[in-house]
Design a protein around this ligand. Structure first.
Ligand code: BUP
Length: 469
């Protein structure tokens, strides 16, 4: 029996937004599809949370976490963030190759930042698959980018918006990822490099399902453009999200507090691991939240201009109101109504709790899916990467999110009155009710597609069967 199990290697990119979904995929393959998985982890300065996740005694025994030997990586001072990530992966290719050669898997599943590993697959005759840890909407953009780049006159430094990936909703210029706003930058070159390689895979797994992204998934299937550029089969196998998480003592306190709150009454606020607000925005935000008189759990991070003013803090360090730019007396006045968390929050446990009635989120793809799986309507507060595209899709196409309006169009700041308005709307307004109803329907579809006979379950079964041959 053992020898019949397909052996799959998975290569996640660095960062929790990548490790978390690929680890879920790994668990899913082992538990629900009877595979053996080698999970190859590139060494970076890992957070405690990452270590806890990868060393958890709850991982199934057929899932082997393999820590690759650390590579020496030299950064130039001025390297942009995405370039840094890609350089780390590039410098690790030797140890990635060694691990794959030693393990000889039946297939390799590659994170979107690790497309260089395709060359190793070619050399060793192992079929390469991508796991796309972002929205299908962003995948359509990535598939279209190489064509668009060739068409755009070289003299233009920026890609002109709006962008019309065939069959998909247009992407307005302001919703594009920052990296395409300077085509001479190294970040842009890396994005283009990885996008070009998408068509080299045997298949692409997307962490999504038809009801969540009907327009784009249909376009990728039916529009002849994608066939013409050689797009491999797209496999919607989501939504895969964590079902539980290891809890610390502080997590338990937070969940006990939630237990004592009414159903659907608490707004959970988190802008992700990298998300920060300016101090002006933080002030408006806190006032608006207080004015709404609604219950909340707020994961507060240092403000983006905090370091400039000498108040640099990392998440988890103790901070007072002044250094966090919270209005004086905020914590006192909201005592009993709200909780402020300054470290890693037990997000999945909060979103699955019946007292949670809304999620103010940066629309990172994993956070989005976690909200969908638990039927929680969203206030979209996108910050960077493809988050603005996600926010547009969730508010305009899926109808489970609302986007607050900035004081002046095109300028970032959202005022306190607008914050009060959207918070009240989601938790007690009619529009909020409609969004919650829609979110609950989507929650049901999400559960259905993953059950036996559901589309995502069947899609993955077919691929796993092909690995057995
Ligand atoms: Br912050 C935070 N607790 O306090 P996304 C995040 N998470 O469990 P990101 C916590 O991290 P990128 C916290 O549940 C989600 O699974 C959260 O992933 C969890 O955003 C994950 O939402 C965050 O994709 O994305 O990490 O900002 O890496 O793409 O920038």
């Amino acid at each position: 029996e053992e020898t019949m199990k397909p052996h799959i290697a998975i290569l996640p990119g660095p960062g929790m937004g990548h490790i978390i979904p690929l680890l879920e995929f790994a668990k899913h393959l082992v538990i629900n599809h009877n595979c053996l998985v080698s999970f190859l982890v590139i060494r970076t300065e890992a957070s405690d949370t990452q270590t806890r996740l990868l060393e958890s005694p709850l991982l199934p025994s057929d899932l082997h976490v393999i820590n690759l030997p650390p590579a020496d990586v030299l950064f130039q001072e001025d390297m942009l963030l995405l370039t840094r990530i890609c350089v780390i992966i590039h410098e690790n290719l030797g140890s990635i190759r060694a691990a794959i050669e030693q393990n000889r898997p039946d297939a390799l599943v590659i994170d979107i930042f690790c497309t260089e590993a395709i060359d190793i697959c070619d050399e060793l005759s192992i079929p390469p698959y991508f796991f796309f840890p972002a929205s299908t909407y962003f995948l359509s953009f990535s598939l279209y980018l190489p064509t668009l780049d060739k068409e755009v006159d070289c003299q233009f430094r920026e890609l002109p918006g709006p962008i019309h990936a065939p069959g998909c909703n247009p992407i307005p210029y302001e919703d594009l990822i920052d990296q395409v706003k300077d085509r001479n930058s190294d970040d842009y070159k890396w994005i283009l490099f990885h996008s070009n390689r998408l068509t080299m895979a045997t298949g692409i797994f997307i962490n999504s399902f038809d009801e969540l992204e009907p327009v784009t998934i249909r376009a990728l299937r039916d529009d002849p453009f994608y066939k013409r550029i050689g797009t491999p089969p797209i496999h919607p196998i989501g939504p895969l999200v964590r079902e539980d998480e290891p809890l610390t003592e502080t997590d338990a306190e937070c969940l006990n507090w939630l237990d004592t709150q009414p159903t659907d009454s608490v707004l959970y606020i988190s802008l992700g691991s990298g998300g920060t607000l300016t101090s002006d925005q933080m002030t408006e935000f806190a006032h608006g939240l207080e004015m709404s008189k609604q219950r909340f759990i707020w994961v507060v991070r240092k403000t983006s201009d905090a370091s400039a003013s000498g108040a640099y803090l990392t998440a988890g360090e103790d901070a007072d109101e002044q250094t966090m730019f919270l209005p004086e007396g905020f914590t006192k006045r909201t005592e009993g109504i709200g909780l402020v968390i300054r470290s890693w929050a037990p997000q999945v446990s909060i979103l699955s709790h019946p007292s949670t009635g809304g999620f103010l989120t940066h629309c990172g793809w994993n956070s989005t899916l976690e909200s969908v799986v638990h039927g929680v309507p969203m206030i979209a507060w996108p910050l960077y990467a493809e988050q603005k595209m996600n926010a547009k899709m969730l508010s305009k196409e899926t109808g489970i999110a609302i986007k607050p309006r900035a004081v002046e169009p095109g300028k970032g700041l959202v005022g306190r009155n607008e914050i009060e308005r959207v918070v009240r709307m989601v938790l007690e307004g009619e529009e909020g009710q409609a969004m919650r109803k829609r979110a609950r329907e989507l929650k049901e579809s999400a559960a259905k597609v993953l059950n036996n006979g559901g589309s995502s379950k069947q899609e993955l079964s077919r691929v796993v069967d092909s690995w057995k041959c």
